[in-house]
Ligand binder design. Structure first.
Ligand code: FMN
Length: 316
């Protein structure tokens, strides 16, 4: 038996595969096609304090090796969500992680406290790739100070595992990661989408209703692997690596860079069985190399990375 389990703060997951926020619903839509008991956790679509209609359409654009999205955090708001949606997550055969977004520190604290109080929600992911209305719309995830403030407020609002999701749209992601850890994050999700844009040359205007959007899928994988590599050298808390993962070998790249778990987002739109395949093939990959625990290869390709479980050769 190969141990694929992972601990994110006080949350124990049997499998190291999470479903990316906004890309798997709450698992319900995929239940007829996949065995949800064989994924680590579903991260729900981000919810905000107030309801949001989202951005004007079109909201999705195909790009080479990926896609641009500008959904605009469409969601019913935390109160409606708690009353109508959250109870349905109780019977999911996998762990359910809530995701919170906001436009002020208060928004985050309020929404985290309400959502985390529910038993159906086992941990909170903080989507801090949002503009702060109190500081000229500066994105929380792009400023170490703002990151610290919002993470401290969320930390004070719950004792459940707090995963802080970082943006790649920064100069020094390690500095932001350090601030998030110092403010009380239990784990970091690395990375959210990369800013991008596409223009329709016949219509001579931007393809997205919102003009700009977030790029995801295989196109961003090398950016994400580097971000995980850099964050792993900056912090001691576990990392959930994500960005363009479609195959087991993609996932292994992230583990070797320093991720303890991975998340699959855009890949699920083409094949929702990717997460199950990764679990099977990952176990086989490790078994063939006589590695008994996934933890042993975390950071193996990250020079100087301190891993107490590090694998140094065949254990025969
Ligand atoms: C359509 C779509 C919606 C998304 N919605 C959210 C969201 O609500 N909150 C969030 O934190 N990330 C959201 N993301 C980002 C993904 O969770 C993921 O971090 C990112 O797409 C990179 O991984 P991937 O290349 O595997 O998709 C969304 C991505 C897509 C494509």
């Amino acid at each position: 038996m190969v141990d694929l389990s992972v601990d994110l703060g006080n949350l124990h997951l049997q499998y190291p595969t999470l479903m990316g926020s906004g890309c798997y619903g709450s698992g319900e839509e995929f239940a007829p096609f996949v065995d949800l008991s064989r994924i680590g956790a579903v991260v729900l679509k981000s919810v905000t304090r107030q309801p949001r209609l989202g951005n004007p359409t079109p909201r999705l654009v195909h790009t080479p090796a990926g896609m641009l999205n500008a959904i605009g955090l469409q969601n019913p708001g935390i109160d409606w969500y708690l009353e109508h949606d959250v109870a349905k997550f109780a019977d999911r055969p996998c762990v359910v992680i809530g995701s919170v977004a906001g436009f002020s520190v208060d928004d985050y604290a309020y929404t985290v406290e309400k959502l985390a109080a529910r038993d159906e929600i086992k941990a909170i992911e903080l989507n801090i790739s949002c503009p702060n209305v109190a500081s000229e719309g500066e994105t929380f995830a792009c400023d170490p100070n703002l990151t610290g403030k919002v993470v401290r407020a969320a930390r004070a609002a719950t004792g459940k595992t707090l995963i802080v999701k970082l943006s790649p749209n920064v100069t020094d992601i390690g500095a932001i990661a350090r601030e998030a850890q110092a403010a009380g994050a239990d784990a970091l999700a690395v990375i959210n989408t990369v800013r991008g844009m596409s223009i329709d040359v016949d219509l001579m205007r931007p393809r997205l209703g919102n003009v700009t959007g977030g790029l995801s899928g295989p196109a961003i994988r090398p950016i994400a692997v580097l971000a995980v590599y850099e964050v792993a050298r900056a912090v001691t808390i576990p990392i959930v690596g994500q960005g363009g993962i479609e195959t087991t070998r993609d996932a292994i790249e992230f583990f070797l860079a320093g991720a303890s778990a991975v998340s699959i987002g855009t890949g699920n739109f083409t094949d929702p069985r990717i997460p199950m395949r990764i679990v099977d093939e990952l176990a086989e990959f490790l078994r063939r190399r006589n590695v008994r625990s996934l933890k042993q290869i975390v950071g193996k390709a990250n020079v100087g990375f301190a891993n107490p479980y590090q694998y140094e050769g065949d254990e025969g």
